[in-house]
Design a protein around this ligand. Sequence first.
Ligand code: SF4
Length: 328
Amino acid sequence: MMTSAIRNDWTLEEIQAIYDQPLLELVFQAANTHREWHSAKEIQVCTLLSIKTGGCPEDCSYCGQAARYHTDIKVQALLSTETVLAHARKAKETGSTRFCMAAAWREVRDNRDFDRVIDMVKGVNEMGLEVCCTLGLLTEEQAVRLQEAGLHAYNHNLDTSEEYYKEIISTRKFDNRINTINNVRKAGITVCSGGIIGLGETHRDRISMLLTLATMPKHPESVPINALARVKGTPLEDNPKVDAWDMVRMIATARIVMPASTVRLTAGRIEMTESEQAWCFMAGANSIFTGERQTLLVTPNPGVNEDMMMLKNLGLEPKLSKKEVSAC
Ligand code: SF4
C-alpha cells in the first residue's frame, strides 16, 4: 500500500520540516518513498551532448559558456546532424536510454539552426532513445514543432529560488523560465527541471526552489539536482565545494515531495566518492549522466566505464528504455 501520495499543495513550512530532519531519518523516509514508486535497483543512464558550445549572451554566473566570462571553453558552432546522430548511436551502445542535446542559446530562433535541431530530434527518436533538449527560452509554437518531431522531454532548470534568481542571472527573469516550462507542458512534452546548489544560496532558497517545483500543477517528470561545478573565469569560481551531505539532503527532500519523478544526480559527481554517490542513490536519486568524453557539457564528469563499474559495485542496474521493456 502506498503511504506517499502525489501532492501539489506543499507549503514552505512542510518542505522545511522534511529538509531539516536529522539526516538519517530523512534518508530513511526518502528511501521508503523511493521504493514505493520506483525500482530501487534501477538507475537511468543518460548522455548529455553539447551540440552548440559557448558564446552565449546570457550572464548565468555559474556558466563557463557565457561569452562575457574569460574561460578556457572552446566555442563550437552547431554540430552537424550526422555528428550528433553518431554520438547518440554510441550513447545507446554504451547503455544510455536518454539522450539530451544542449545548445548555449538564450532562446530558440525560428531559423535554419532550429530546423537542424528538429532533424536531430527526429533521428535520435528513431533510434528508440528518449530525446531531451535544452535550448533556452521557447515559444509554444516552437515547443509544438519539437513535440511533433518526437521530443520526449525539455530541460529548463529553475537553477535556484525565485528570491535568489537575480543574484545569479540578470539577463532574464525567473518568470521567463516558468513561461517556457508552461509552453513545454502545453505542447505535451515532459518537463525536466531542477536546480543547482552551491551558488551562495541559503537553505531557505533551496527549499523555496523545491516548493516551486513541487507545487506546479504537474510535477516535472525529471528533476536534476546539480552541485556547482566551479569553472575558472566565472564569478562563482571561488565558491566553496558543495558538501556531499547537502546533496544527499536535497535529493532526499526532492524524492519525498515529488515521489513519482526521476531525480537525477547530475553535475558535481566528479568531486564525489563512490560512497557519497551511493548515499545519493539511497536518498532516492535514480539517474546519472555519463559521457564517452568524460564531460558533462563543459565540465568534468566520470566516464561511462567508471560509472558502469560503480553501478555493478553497488548492485544497481542501468534502467531499460520503455521500448526495450516491451521487446522483453
Ligand atoms: S547556463 Fe545556458 S543560458 Fe546561461 S550562460 Fe550558460 S549556456 Fe547561456
